[in-house]
Ligand binder design. Structure first.
Ligand code: GLA
Length: 385
């Protein structure tokens, strides 16, 4: 258990018994790239997470030690004046401290040891867990707790500073998730609700294509966002009340066709349809209609593959193999794209045989070993007892 190692290391090196915080990763059932278009999403926080053992100190320093692929230690000053680090996590924490300092937030000296079991670059939002967990820890250590809504905004700003112009789905899922439930979020007004996703006789499984992405560096993610903004700008000329693709209709797209390139139009159409898939998914889950759930997953995947163009040939291969297996009701790539995991709905009685066929065929077709994880939905960021 990762958290036991982290706690034991903390006690050996920092004497005090720490406060232990867990920040989970997230999955997403449907609603991809809709968040920064003020659209709808249906993610959930998961059991895999990042654990932070923390205590306050009187040194005016934030001492952080990471237990990731390799052990590493960084000392941050409370003023937030740091050079760029080589470790990715150092730069996220640097960005967070800078934001908090700029807002005159009273941060205090903290000792922190962290590590976890979320595979990095796999579409499970390890960076949102890293940022939200760290901000939550800093806020617990200082005298002023930061409300979760504000933690989400600070974590999003840190991502933007690093270079990913993301929306708020990941941060909200990581902060507000609830055990056993999917989390429905309307990114237009940030209202949310919970919905159980248990379909009797069916199981949810994640399959990691083991193609890792780096969305901030690749910036294909950011290009999608620009396409969406191009269309909104043009529709706004005809209908000034429009502020995001959430307000745009298929008819609007026809009206601006001649002034826009086909790629931007195709991407905008994808977003409009994806919001609709979230509504349909909510309905299918409420009615326990697993066949419709599976159909929406597949439809969502191929729309991401052919219209929004954010999948990889390996992810397409995983979904295609699933389509040929009787036990797999549906599957799709999850998250920002260009690598990572698929989420699969599988008939429980055919679970073992389906997973084994999936992994075997994938290896045969791509020469890559995929991994799988059973999906367990757990609570959002919290003090871990
Ligand atoms: C990444 C971003 C999110 C969201 C997803 C795609 O995870 O951080 O804001 O846009 O991609 O749905």
């Amino acid at each position: 258990m990762v958290y036991k190692t982290i706690t034991a290391f903390f006690k050996d090196n920092y004497v005090k018994s720490p406060l232990l915080i867990k920040a989970p990763g997230r999955i997403n059932l449907i609603g991809e790239h809709t968040d920064y278009n003020q659209g709808l999403v249906l993610p959930a926080s998961i059991e895999k997470g990042i654990y932070f053992a923390v205590s306050n100190n009187q040194d005016n320093l934030i001492n952080v030690e990471a237990f990731l692929t390799q052990a590493e230690k960084i000392e941050f000053s409370l003023k937030g004046e740091h050079k760029t680090f080589t470790s990715f996590w150092g730069n996220y924490f640097k960005a967070i401290i800078e934001i908090l300092v700029a807002r005159n937030y009273p941060i205090k000296g903290m000792n922190c040891v962290f590590g976890g079991d979320i595979p990095i670059g796999s579409g499970l939002s390890s960076s949102a867990a890293l940022c939200c967990g760290f901000i939550y820890a800093l806020s617990k250590i200082s005298d002023k707790e930061i409300p979760r809504e504000e933690i989400a905004l600070i974590a999003q700003e840190a991502e933007h500073k690093i270079g990913l112009n993301c929306g708020l789905m990941d941060q909200y899922a990581v902060l507000f998730g609830k055990k056993g439930n999917a989390f429905f979020l309307d990114c237009k007004d940030l209202s949310h609700s919970y919905i159980p996703i248990n379909l009797e006789g069916y199981s949810w499984v994640l399959v990691n294509s083991n193609i890792k992405h780096n969305l901030a560096v690749d910036s294909e993610y950011n290009k999608r966002r620009v396409s969406c903004e191009n269309i909104v700008r043009d529709v706004k000329k005809i209908r000034p009340e429009v502020n995001s693709l959430r307000d745009v209709t298929l008819k609007d797209l026809q009206d601006v066709t001649k002034d826009n390139n086909a790629t931007d139009l195709k991407r905008a159409k994808y977003i409009i349809n994806e919001n609709d898939r979230v509504r349909r998914m909510m309905n299918a889950l409420t009615h326990g209609d697993e066949q419709e759930v599976g159909a929406i997953l597949k439809e969502g995947h191929w729309a991401m593959s052919t219209q929004y163009e954010i999948t990889t040939k390996e992810l397409d291969t995983l979904v295609k193999i699933g389509e040929s297996l009787e036990g797999v009701i549906g599957s799709r790539m999850m998250g920002g794209g260009f690598g990572g995991c698929t989420i699969n709905l599988i008939e429980t009685s055919k679970l073992d045989s389906s997973i084994s066929s999936l992994l075997k065929s994938y290896k045969k077709q791509t020469d890559i070993d995929a991994e799988y994880y059973h999906l367990a939905i757990d609570d959002g960021v919290k003090v871990f007892e």
